[in-house]
Design a protein around this ligand. Structure first.
Ligand code: ZN
Length: 127
């Protein structure tokens, strides 16, 4: 696919989050994982979201809000979460549309590396 990735990197989906969604690559940083999870919400890819959720906090299933369309992601700040780190935080804003209402969610997400040393999402704090 040669369409832009929804996560906002201005890269094509095929060169950005798609290899992560397909399990052909893994996220090198917490931010990359966060972006790929945002794209997974856009595509309602529940399997990927569950796979990248820490087993300590992972829900049994994810319910996607009907009619909600994610419009844009903005990563505001990151703390650690780099190649050599074992935990990291990402602050972001995501805008969405639900029917004729526009909304914005603002979250600080916390990530760790799991037993296989892959980045996984642990929890988020709405701001
Ligand atoms: Zn992407």
């Amino acid at each position: 696919m040669s369409e832009l990735c929804p996560c906002g990197t201005k890269k094509n989906y095929a060169d950005c989050c798609e290899p992560l969604h397909l399990g052909q690559a893994t996220a090198k940083t917490a931010e990359a994982l966060m972006r790929s999870r945002y794209s997974a919400y856009v595509f309602e890819n529940e399997a990927y979201l569950l796979k990248t959720w820490s087993e300590t906090t992972r829900p049994g299933q994810i319910s996607f809000e009907k009619g909600l369309v994610w419009k844009k992601l903005r990563v505001l700040k990151t703390q650690k979460g780099q190649a050599k780190d074992t935990d990291g935080k990402v602050w972001f804003k995501a805008s969405y549309q639900l029917a004729d209402q526009k909304g914005m969610m603002s979250e600080k997400s916390f990530f760790i590396r799991d037993a296989q040393s892959q980045w996984v999402y642990v929890s988020g704090e709405l701001r």
